[in-house]
Design a protein around this ligand. Sequence first.
Ligand SMILES: Cc1ncc(COP(=O)(O)O)c(C=O)c1O
Length: 397
Amino acid sequence: MAEDEGIITEILAGTHALIDLDAYTANIQALRAAAPHAELMAVVKADAYGHGAVYCGHAALAAGCAWLGVARISEGLLLRSNGISAPVLVLGPPNLAEITRALDANLTLAVGSRSVLDAVLGVAAGRSSPARVHIKVDTGMHRYGFEPHEVCDLFARLQSHADIAVDGVFTHFARADERDLALTDRQVAVFSDVVASLEAAGLLPRWVHQANSAGILIGRTAGSNLVRSGIATYGLDPSDELPAGPNFTPIMTVRAPVGRRFTLPRGEGVAYGWTYVAPETEEDAVVAIGYADGLPRQLANRGWFSANGERAPIHGRVCMDQTIIGAPPGLAEGDLVTVFGPERGAMSLNDIAAIAGTNNYEIATRLMARVPRIYLQGGTPVAWEQPLLGKRGYCRS
Ligand SMILES: Cc1ncc(COP(=O)(O)O)c(C=O)c1O
């Protein structure tokens, strides 16, 4: 207990992320309310979009999610080695060399190509229990999945195969986060034809799923008994055209300490390239976060941090490990500033993404392993994680 307290004190004094598990739970409840007839898969790939897959995975299951989704087998193995025994679907084409390990760990594999199917069948042959798979159908994303016309025959062939258990069928939307839903509705129609043919042939598997966060928010969930959400569970918008809405709150706040406060004389510049030159003598502060922590360099002279609720503009280039801001009165060395998060005055991930010319998914997943995390419930730390050191723990009270 004392050791945990010490680690939390250390983490909170440095650059860190706070993950609000109450907000995560509330976001999950809002998604479940939006698709009440379906179970929810919390997508925790890419280390839960930068929020930490182990504790988000546990919290998602505690909030009632039936499944977790990952992209790679190694991500599924991380969940298994951290006490998660719930169903986990590996959504992407798997590393064929890791299939044995996936089956040993009881991970469910998305099979969406002939070569992956052959590899799974090869590994599954003669094992004591069949390989559990979901068949992916390409209805328009054109990334991974069987052609819709192949699916019924495939299911018929696999039905009699003792080495494989087909537990689900699914597809993925390409443009459900846009105003124009023509392609999405075409995908829905193609997929429901596939599902109808499977049903008519008596081959419908246990799980049928198509909607991602955007699909859930726009209500394209009919005919499914499972929906998959990543971005909205973290309280983030699927796109500028499809905001998540008032029922969702971003769950991550990143804070960093001031390492030095100094006076910058008029006419002097800061950091590499002197891209900011003080118009008048001013007070600046050096904050311990940089592009190696995941902060885009495009924020130079455009972004801002929040210091005691006040906007502190970024001055000059974002360095690898440090960034300079104009220091509001009262900001002292050792004080924490908010780099981004839902608090008033702070940049949101949308603000950062807009400046960097990308989307909030990319900014969230860029957060680097050297930024430790504290998980909060009821405003108090319940768990901590230092990804760089491979350490994590619950806070016992
Ligand atoms: C197959 C699949 N399903 C679901 C998701 C979750 O998408 P979102 O984060 O937009 O909810 C993803 C993420 O890219 C995905 O690849």
